[in-house]
Design a protein around this ligand. Structure first.
Ligand code: EPZ
Length: 434
């Protein structure tokens, strides 16, 4: 398994380009299942979860071209024939977002067989709300041998009020409703930009959707959808991660090809800590001298402070002059990074969903273990300011959601290198969490 070796102490200086959003690309690729015509998606990030999704769609009978040229990161997906409307355990266990195929498959093929994702590092991650929503649209659902099987001659429009705000639940049901017979009203929807981006693609394919990006989405079902070409939005979490890296290292960094409007909560929080942030329509400039005031964080659904930025912020909080209280309101077990940060010298006490971070504590290099995608990012950030050389193991977690992170960091002065096994065995990638 690959490791990162990171020597701390360098301020990040220069410009980092942000890639397309993994969490927008995944539902967009699933949306291609809804039509027998080609769907072309641009600005696709070169990360492991995209390759997993390519394999998942190909296993159903889709033709998926995926290319990462200098000029373009593009995939063309043709689902003219789908012989196996099924997502197997082998694939779903490595990426729980595979459940995004449930809605489109039952809408297009009348049947979908998707392995239950099982839990993951950050929580139980049930998909009961996806299932309840499909039942509201007339699907019959059975669970057989660890698989959810959804069937419907044709889905019927209906009224769905989500018990909890769920991002992929909203996306899954949106993709089911666009081909349902009649009108669907969805309330208490997720408002994440990735939901609005999916809806933009579906409308290009011929869907009739109003309100995506707000809590209430209205869909008028159509009989058929066509192909489309769509450019995936920038990755707001990747951007936020580099912004915090610049703040933490006392750097002066331009984060370009991003959408600062998707980062308001993070940028405001950074300003609360005293970091200077300026932005225009598609880039953010972060200037920091390295001293930070403490600031509390509560993770909330969008547009609140993203749970996917919590671990990265915790690394920054260890360097603040005072106590920051971080409350994780979305997932029940998303503090795995805290213990590793403590091993590097941080002073963090956990109280249920709250982490009390007492700074400033100098961090010293250590051998640490990545447990999930964003926890790994947090350890990279900490290593960038730790004294000495930190070794981070199991960096395949990072490779799931950060394109060429070592190249991007080296490009702005970060001292980071990857060490892999000379003859890597087949990676047995553990349960998914993303
Ligand atoms: C999406 O996961 C993201 N993944 C996650 O990003 C992100 O952390 C999460 O949204 C929250 O923003 C993708 O978009 C691929 P949820 P998702 O359904 O949709 C509970 C990353 O790092 N819930 O919004 O799975 C759930 O347990 C990943 O890129 C149910 O109870 O999250 C959680 O407590 C990690 N029943 C809360 O809702 C359900 O049926 C929010 O989960 C569904 C969810």
């Amino acid at each position: 398994m690959d490791k990162f070796v990171i020597r701390g102490g360098n301020p990040l200086l220069g410009t980092v380009r942000i890639s397309g959003a993994k969490n927008a690309a995944l539902p967009a690729m699933a949306a291609a299942l809804l039509t027998d015509e080609p769907v072309i998606l641009e600005n696709i990030p070169q990360v492991r979860d995209i390759e997993t999704t390519r394999r998942l769609l190909a296993s159903m009978g889709a033709e998926v071209e995926l290319g990462y040229g200098r000029a373009h990161h593009r995939t063309t997906i043709s689902c003219a024939k789908l012989e196996h409307p099924e997502a197997t355990y082998e694939l779903v266990k490595t990426m729980r977002a595979s459940t995004l195929v449930l809605g489109p498959l039952v809408a297009r093929c009348g049947v979908a067989k998707v392995s239950l994702p099982g839990g993951c590092a950050i929580g139980a991650r049930p998909i009961d709300l996806h299932i309840k929503g499909l039942e509201r649209l007339g699907a019959t659902i059975t669970t057989e041998h660890g698989y959810v099987v959804a069937r419907a001659e044709r889905l019927q429009g209906g009224h769905i009020v989500f018990d909890k705000i769920t991002v992929t639940g909203t996306e899954d049901l949106l993709m089911a409703a666009v081909l349902a017979d009649g009108e669907t009203l969805m309330e208490n929807c997720a408002r994440e930009p990735e939901v609005a981006d999916l809806a933009a693609l579906l409308v290009k394919m011929g869907a009739n959707i109003e309100g995506a990006g707000t809590s209430t989405i209205r869909v008028r079902g159509v009989a058929k959808l066509g192909g489309a070409r769509h450019r995936i939005i920038p990755d707001r979490i990747e951007a936020g991660t580099y912004i915090i890296a610049a703040a933490l290292t006392g750097g002066d960094l331009n984060v370009t090809d991003c959408n600062p409007a998707h980062l308001t909560a993070v940028l405001q929080k950074l300003e609360e800590t005293g970091v200077k942030v300026r932005h225009n329509a598609e880039s953010v400039r972060v200037m920091s001298e390295g001293g930070f005031k403490p600031a509390d964080v509560n993770t909330e659904e969008y547009p609140g402070f993203a749970t996917d930025m919590q671990a990265q912020y915790m690394a920054l909080a260890t360097q603040a002059d005072g106590t920051s209280i971080i409350t994780e309101n979305i997932f029940e077990n998303r503090f795995m990074h805290a213990q590793e940060l403590v091993r590097m010298g941080a002073n963090i006490r956990m109280e249920g969903r709250r982490a009390i971070v007492r700074g400033k504590t100098p961090l010293s290099a250590a051998a640490v273990l990545a447990s999930d995608l964003r926890a790994s990012a947090s350890l990279v950030l900490a290593a960038l300011v730790a004294d000495g050389e930190t070794i981070i193991d199991r960096v395949y977690h990072i490779d799931r959601g950060y394109e060429r992170i070592e190249e991007k960091l080296r490009g702005v002065g970060g001292e980071i290198r990857r060490i892999g096994e000379m003859f890597p065995k087949r990676a047995t990638v553990p349960a998914a969490q993303g």
